[in-house]
Ligand binder design. Structure first.
Ligand SMILES: Cc1cc2nc3c(=O)[nH]c(=O)nc-3n(C[C@H](O)[C@H](O)[C@H](O)COP(=O)(O)O)c2cc1C
Length: 232
């Protein structure tokens, strides 16, 4: 029997160009099983850091590089992606990602980013604090990644995770919380540091002068490497 509700929804999505978009991009086919198998093979485990700041090579990039440097010391492959200069659209709530392994919209860098996220063994999300929360760019990534993995459960299961925030003065706890909510809602192993993974600074380079922040970032990197060593 035909499901009237589904036909209506499909037609609506078709009008929005959703199916056309899905077909045109040739969605990668990454699956949760593929991701979980990453740890069973001999290949090097990968750590992906994403910088949500609108400023390339600013304070958030400095902090993420400190974290990654500690992880590299343990021999892991790392990559830092900076989102500055990219506009990432918000989730359209079409749920056409159900049954696919990615968002169906290919009009920004999200699909590529999501493929990298699901292919990584550990994900570190970093953001400058904007209006006492993550940047709208990182929020759009979190929204879309959340919905794709909600519709296709297990895509982030058992990956290692860490969050980093930079602020001039206030709101960094919210930034960390927003990032952590994503990780915890996706069955990931969230790694902590000594005194919040936060650093303070306004102009580029200033956060490097925050000694406690720098030390927390290094500690976060060491803790992530410690967990990866045990999960190998
Ligand atoms: C749009 C915007 C909003 C900001 N909102 C806050 C804020 O709410 N609290 C705060 O402490 N700093 C705020 N800042 C300052 C940045 O968090 C701070 O300069 C940070 O070091 C930027 O990191 P980046 O160099 O990685 O971009 C804001 C900056 C911008 C551009």
């Amino acid at each position: 029997m035909k499901d009237k509700k589904n036909i209506t929804r499909r037609e609506t999505l078709k009008k929005m160009g959703v199916f056309a978009a899905g077909a045109a991009v040739g969605i990668s086919g990454l699956s949760a099983a593929t991701n979980r198998n990453n740890r069973n093979g001999n290949r090097k485990m990968k750590v992906l850091a994403i910088n949500g700041s609108s400023r390339k090579d600013g304070n958030t990039a400095d902090m993420l590089n400190l974290v990654l440097a500690e992880i590299e010391k343990e021999g892991y492959e790392t990559e830092l992606i900076q989102l500055a200069g990219n506009t990432i659209n918000p989730c359209k709530a079409c749920f056409a990602c159900a049954g696919n392994s990615n968002c169906v919209f290919d009009n920004d860098v999200f699909q590529q980013l999501f493929t990298k996220m699901t292919g990584a063994d550990a994900i570190i999300l970093g953001s400058s604090t904007y209006s006492a929360d993550v940047s709208s760019t990182l929020k759009a990534v979190i929204e879309r990644a959340s919905v794709v993995s909600d519709c296709n459960p297990g895509m982030f299961r058992h990956k290692v995770a860490g969050g980093v925030a930079v602020a001039r003065r206030g709101g960094a706890m919210n930034t960390i919380d927003t990032i952590n909510h994503f990780f915890l809602n996706k069955e990931m192993y969230l790694v902590g540091s000594t005194y919040w993974n936060i650093a303070y600074g306004r102009l580029p380079g200033e956060a490097m002068k925050d000694e406690e922040g720098v030390s927390n970032m290094k500690n976060l990197g060491q803790n992530i490497a410690w967990l990866l060593n045990r999960l190998k």
